[in-house]
Design a protein around this ligand. Sequence first.
Ligand SMILES: [Zn+2]
Ligand SMILES: [Zn+2]
Length: 325
Amino acid sequence: MSEIRKHYFLEEYCIVASGRSKRPSAPKACGDEKRSSSCVFCAGYEDKTPPATAVYKNGEILQDSDNENIKNWDIRCIPNLFPALSPDADEPETSDFTVDRGYGFHEVIIENPFHESRIHHSSDDEILLLMQAYRDRVNYYQSKDGISYVSLFKNWGQKAGASLEHTHSQLIAIPLMPSCFTREMDTIKELDKCPYCDIASMENDQERYVYGNEHFVVIAPYFSMVPYELWILPLKHVNHISGFTDEMLFSLGDCIRSAVSKLNETIPELAYNYMFFQLEHETQYHFNVRIKPVTSITAGFEKNTGIYINTMPPEVAVDHLLNRD
Ligand SMILES: [Zn+2]
Ligand SMILES: [Zn+2]
């Protein structure tokens, strides 16, 4: 038995199995937890990566200096060795469908010097620093000429696209606005009030509530495209991380840490992606972070229709996450 669910406010659909689902079995671990001898993200191997773009050390940000020689860092940001886009991309041979050269920036944020570290084991200081680094790096690239959108995301586990197991996030700054945001904003502008504000208050004490603190709530959305999908929403309307105080940054980090921790307790070493959704110049947009675990592959039906079949109803996922089953 199953049901078709509609997105809260967009013309998007998913199919949710309505029977009680079993937890997916634990996937294979992401990899050996000990440091691989070839891991260039580990402390001590700074000269094996491109020179850092920014280094966080003892509460200071060291930018564009002699960064490869800085040891004992807390967070290290480096250009991606195989960038999707580059500031010095060549002019392409033009065709009718060429929009631009592959201009942009692709950065890796090495979240911690230690190979064994996991984001859900972060201390309060570590999680705040990571969120501050996210804010700084997004702001830095958002202000570059020709950049329209800065995508910030984390891939954890090979199945989620992480090619290196050392904990890291990525940022890709692109010269165009992704069409998913354009479509979303078109709908939001037609509505009387912010739909995400409604979602945050509606789901705050419902069966899909997972965790919350002073500034944010973690929910398993009614419209869950994949098993154990989680959204993190600010309780008050805010469109972009640049407007966050340190207190809000910590609340956000606390929610990410708690959400990943609950996922990991439910399915150890679960692979996942999390993505930041935000628009700096659209005050009507409502900042949100979406965590999408990877428990199955996207197959022909999803690729044909854009409609995801989710075998784990979010209401049941929350029972698992909160140990209510
Ligand atoms: Zn490492
Ligand atoms: Zn809102």
